[in-house]
Design a protein around this ligand. Structure first.
Ligand SMILES: NC(=O)c1ccc[n+]([C@@H]2O[C@H](COP(=O)([O-])OP(=O)(O)OC[C@H]3O[C@@H](n4cnc5c(N)ncnc54)[C@H](OP(=O)(O)O)[C@@H]3O)[C@@H](O)[C@H]2O)c1
Length: 308
C-alpha cells in the first residue's frame, strides 16, 4: 500500500469516527429525555440535589420540581437552605421539599446516616452537583494542605460517599438515575490542578459505576454531565451563546437523560468547546488554556475590586 493511500484510509476512518460521534450527539440532543421513567406517576418520586442552595444545583431543584419530582435540598447552611425551600415552595406549591444539611468539604462517617433522612421517601434521582474550587487560578504549590483537602472532599469524596450510602435505596426503588456533574476541566486545566483531577475522577467513577450496576443487572442509570462555563453563584460571568445560566444548564442536562452513554456534554455550546479541545494540538491547547485562565483571573480580580 502506498503512503498516500494509507493516509486516505486513516483520513476516511477518522472522518467516519467523528461523523458517528457527531450523529450520536445530535441524536442525544433531539431524542426525548427518559427522565419521566424515574417518576412514572408524576408526583410520588423524590430527587436529591447536592449543593442545591445556589447555581446549577438550585437550577436542578427548579427543573426537577417543574417535572413533578419532590426534592431533597442538600447544602451546608441550614438558614440558606430554608430560604431556598420557601422560595421553591412558593413557586411550586404541589411539590414537597426536605432539607439535608452536611458540609461536603468536611465529611465524616455521619454521611452513613443520610439514608435515615430519606426514610421511606421514594428516592429515584440523585444529582451529585456539589463542587467547585475555592482557590482557582493558583498553581499546585500555592495551595495549602487544607485547600487540597477541601477541593478533593467537595468534588470527589462527598459524591463517592453519598452515592455509596444511597445506591441500595436507588436500586430498591429502581428504575433510578444518578447524575454526576463533571467539568470541561477534566481535560486538564492549568492553575486548577486539583479541581481538574477531581473532575477526571467524577468521569472515571461514573463510567465504572455504570458498568458495575449494569453487570449486576440493576436498573440504575449513571450519567456524568461535562459542563463548560455557566453563570452561577460562584461564576459571575455574562450569559451568552456559549455560556448558559444555571437553570438552562440544569434543563439541558436533564434532557440528556437516557442517552445511553455514561458521559456527555449537557449543553450544546459546551460540546463545541469540547470538540475544539479534542482537535487542538496539545501544545496549542496548553497555551490557549493558560491564556484563558489568565484572563479569567484578571476578570475575577476586576470584579472583586469593583465590589470592594
Ligand atoms: N459554573 C460553572 O461554570 C461550572 C463549570 C464546570 C463545572 N461546574 C460544576 O457544576 C457544579 C455546580 O457549580 P456551580 O457553578 O453551580 O457552583 P456554585 O454556584 O458555587 O454553587 C455551589 C453550590 O454547592 C454548595 N456548596 C459548596 N460547597 C459546599 C460544601 N462544602 N458543602 C455543602 N454544599 C456546598 C453551595 O452552597 P452555599 O450556597 O452554601 O455556598 C451552592 O449551593 C459543580 O460541581 C461545578 O464543579 C460548574
Amino acid at each position: 500500500m502506498s503512503i498516500s493511500s494509507a493516509f486516505c484510509y486513516v483520513g476516511a476512518a477518522t472522518t467516519c469516527y467523528w461523523t458517528i460521534q457527531l450523529a450520536r450527539y445530535l441524536y442525544c440532543c433531539i431524542r426525548p429525555s427518559s427522565l419521566p421513567r424515574y417518576n412514572p406517576t408524576g408526583k410520588d418520586a423524590w430527587a436529591l440535589v447536592t449543593g442545591a442552595t445556589g447555581g446549577i444545583g438550585f437550577g436542578f431543584a427548579e427543573e426537577l420540581s417543574e417535572r413533578g419530582f419532590n426534592v431533597f435540598l442538600h447544602g451546608r447552611n441550614r438558614e440558606k437552605l430554608s430560604r431556598r425551600q420557601e422560595e421553591l415552595q412558593a413557586k411550586f406549591p404541589n411539590i414537597k421539599y426536605k432539607i439535608i444539611v452536611s458540609d461536603a468539604a468536611d465529611i465524616y462517617e455521619d454521611v452513613n446516616l443520610i439514608p435515615n433522612e430519606i426514610g421511606d421517601a421514594k428516592l429515584t434521582v440523585l444529582v451529585n452537583n456539589v463542587g467547585g474550587e475555592t482557590q482557582a487560578y493558583r498553581g499546585l504549590t500555592e495551595l495549602s494542605y487544607q485547600d487540597v483537602r477541601t477541593t478533593i472532599n467537595t468534588n470527589a469524596t462527598f459524591m463517592t460517599q453519598i452515592t455509596r450510602v444511597l445506591l441500595p435505596v436507588l436500586e430498591k426503588n429502581g428504575p433510578s438515575l444518578i447524575l454526576n456533574i463533571s467539568s470541561i476541566a477534566a481535560y486538564g486545566m492549568p492553575f486548577v490542578p486539583v479541581y481538574s483531577g477531581t473532575k477526571g475522577f467524577v468521569e472515571s467513577f461514573s463510567r465504572a459505576l455504570d458498568a458495575e450496576v449494569k453487570a449486576r443487572g440493576q436498573d440504575v442509570e449513571v450519567l456524568a454531565i461535562r459542563v463548560g462555563s455557566v453563570r452561577s453563584q460562584s461564576n459571575d460571568v455574562d450569559v451568552g451563546l456559549l455560556v448558559p445560566d444555571s437553570r438552562t444548564m440544569a434543563a439541558a442536562s436533564l434532557e440528556r437523560v437516557g442517552c445511553g452513554l455514561p458521559l456527555i456534554f449537557g449543553y450544546w455550546g459546551h460540546a463545541i468547546a469540547g470538540v475544539s479541545l479534542d482537535f487542538s494540538p496539545r501544545s496549542f491547547m496548553i497555551k490557549m488554556l493558560a491564556n484563558t485562565m489568565d484572563s479569567l483571573k484578571k476578570q475575577a480580580e476586576e470584579r472583586q475590586a469593583k465590589r470592594n
